[in-house]
Design a binder for this molecule. Structure first.
Ligand SMILES: [Zn+2]
Length: 277
């Protein structure tokens, strides 16, 4: 399973990301390196939080050692360890000792035990700069929307404007996608828009042949799949839906075609599988 996925994934990022960056040639863009190691060019307009990001990262790097030391002396208040820092930064002084800090953040509703809560904060604050990087999403515009699940990302780029390119050219798929837009837009934070090219498309829908996947990758119970193609600083930037030939061949109003497309589009906004289908 791991091997197949790896093979599939390398195909995906060939078609997924190369096309994405090929046409972005203007100077109003920044290069990022995705978690796959791809160099991807993203328009500046997506970096709406870059100033606060730079500021908070600079501060996080500055105090990284202090936070680590604070965690490793869990009963000593921050203000006692670093009186001058505490005087200049009341927010650090207010943290008290690490043990007090972690105890205050425990909630019975979280599903974590007191010990687990403490461990989460221990890891976070002993890698403070890295943790802040993960939370601040590289300055990208995620509109504060948190995605569910644990797929290596917890946010997505501009959920209020998700551009979708139907690379299959199949009008039955377009129809099903439009139904999917309506379904998932019941959650008002998400809005989809069909685009006519893959340039800057955040969801690309393709047939298995187009992405070079042989039919054998689609077992008889598998009608489609979703894969993240570009992820940066825990932000999903581009994803790929691959539809099996059997699904594409169905009638436009066939429930299986419609259900499959809606389901995969749900994955594109971070919806996890509820049960295995
Ligand atoms: Zn699924």
């Amino acid at each position: 399973m791991g091997k197949v996925f790896k093979a599939v994934f390398s195909i995906v990022f060939l078609i997924g990301s190369v096309q994405f960056l090929a046409v972005q040639t203007d100077a109003q863009a920044k290069f990022i390196v995705s978690t796959n190691g791809d160099r991807v060019e993203l328009p500046n307009k997506y970096f709406t939080n870059i100033d606060s990001y730079n500021k908070s990262m600079k501060e996080a790097k500055r105090v990284d050692d202090l936070m680590n030391n604070w965690v490793n002396n869990p009963d000593i208040p921050f203000a006692e360890l670093y009186p001058e820092e505490a005087a200049a930064h009341p927010e650090y002084a207010a943290m008290g000792s690490f043990n007090q800090f972690a105890a205050k953040r425990y909630s019975p509703l979280s599903g974590f035990s007191k010990e687990q809560t403490r461990e989460v904060y221990r890891i976070t604050y002993s890698h403070y700069a890295d943790s802040m990087e993960t939370i601040s999403h590289g300055g990208l515009d995620t509109e504060g929307v948190k995605l569910l699940g644990n797929h290596g990302y917890n946010a997505m780029l501009t959920p209020s404007d998700i551009t979708v390119f139907n690379g299959t050219g199949n009008s039955k798929i377009t129809h099903a996608l439009e139904l999917g837009f309506k379904e998932w837009e019941k959650d008002k934070r998400f809005h989809f828009r069909m685009v006519t090219s893959d340039v800057d498309a955040r969801v690309i829908v393709a047939g298995s042949k187009q992405v070079g996947l042989e039919d054998k990758y689609f077992e008889k119970y598998m009608s489609a799949m979703y894969m993240p193609a570009i992820v940066y600083d825990n932000v999903l930037i581009q994803g790929l839906i691959v539809v099996a030939p059997e699904i594409e061949a169905l009638d436009a109003d066939d429930p299986q075609l419609i259900h499959t497309v809606i389901h995969e589009l749900g994955h594109a906004i971070g919806r996890p599988d509820v049960d295995t289908r």
